[in-house]
Design a protein around this ligand. Structure first.
Ligand SMILES: NC(=O)c1ccc[n+]([C@@H]2O[C@H](COP(=O)([O-])OP(=O)(O)OC[C@H]3O[C@@H](n4cnc5c(N)ncnc54)[C@H](OP(=O)(O)O)[C@@H]3O)[C@@H](O)[C@H]2O)c1
Length: 248
């Protein structure tokens, strides 16, 4: 299997590249000029690096990028700078996901897998997730004032509502970590998966280590049974012991 990793230079993306490679999955990593895969050891023989910005690729370049890949893993996110938050492209993640999905459809060749790193701020609308009025009001306000928040929601919504569950070219999973943290160890630790958030993403977020997110995304591609369990869904991931919030 070969997976295209978007956002491969990011804090989670670097870990995802390693977790995939450790499971024998070949990686094609898209890196912007000057970006790197990090300094932690990695078997570079299993990683093909392509240079470019996903936001600037035309149709032909996107087709070439996804060609030969069985899966796409997106760890894209806006840089936390004024330019990253308020500059273009405001729909970085949604644009990348849509562009890749359209390239996969045009390319034909059967179903490919797409794993999106999303957030607990995104809602699986099919589940009618429990949210207080205050949470709904604040999340709606954040959507107005914070473009990266709007973009993250739009990317997950695109998968759920435009791609759906019957697309001939794409199966997807939107992985929803709660509050991201960097674990001291480069190895994954036990984590828990739920179909909906167990704590308030706004008022009482739990911790989710980036390496655990990376490991789960790689496991999804490595284990067919796990993929079948979560395809077309938006699993929430917490580090073990973090699922019970303050009010539990
Ligand atoms: N913070 C939280 O608690 C939390 C919780 C759940 C989910 N999330 C979401 O999880 C995702 C990943 O988080 P992270 O911390 O691992 O991300 P990160 O370290 O900020 O990495 C972002 C990646 O996106 C790339 N990127 C940024 N702007 C780009 C642009 N204009 N064009 C092309 N590539 C661009 C970066 O490339 P360069 O290295 O070239 O800049 C980098 O590879 C984000 O969407 C974040 O919102 C966050």
């Amino acid at each position: 299997m070969k997976a295209l990793v978007l956002g491969a230079s990011g804090a989670t993306g670097k870990l995802a590249v390693r977790q995939l490679a450790q499971r024998g999955i070949e990686v094609r990593a898209l890196l912007r000029e000057g970006a790197s895969l990090g300094e932690e050891p990695i078997d570079l023989a299993s990683v093909e690096v392509r240079r470019g910005s996903i936001a600037e690729l035309d149709q032909a370049a996107l087709a070439g990028l996804v060609e030969g890949c069985d899966a796409i893993v997106s760890c894209l996110g806006h840089n936390i700078t004024l330019k990253g938050i308020y500059g273009a492209p405001r729909l970085l993640v949604r644009g990348a996901i849509q562009g890749c999905c359209e390239a996969l459809r045009r390319g034909g060749g059967g179903k490919r897998k797409l794993v999106l790193m999303s957030t607990t701020a995104s809602e699986d609308r099919e589940l009618r997730e429990a949210r207080s009025a205050a949470e709904r009001a604040i999340l709606a306000a954040l959507t107005l004032v914070l473009p990266p928040h709007r973009d993250n929601i739009a990317a997950a919504t695109y998968l759920a509502e435009v791609v759906g569950r019957d697309d001939p070219a794409i199966e997807w999973v939107a992985v929803r970590p709660d509050g991201l943290v960097d674990a001291p160890s480069p190895s994954p630790s036990p984590y828990e998966l739920y179909e909906a958030p167990r704590r308030s993403p706004l008022f009482d977020p739990g911790k989710t280590s980036r390496v655990n997110v990376a490991a789960f995304m790689a496991e999804l591609l490595a284990k067919g049974e796990l993929w079948e369990t979560w395809k077309g869904r938006m699993p929430v991931i917490y580090d073990a012991g973090q699922a019970a919030g303050r009010d539990a």
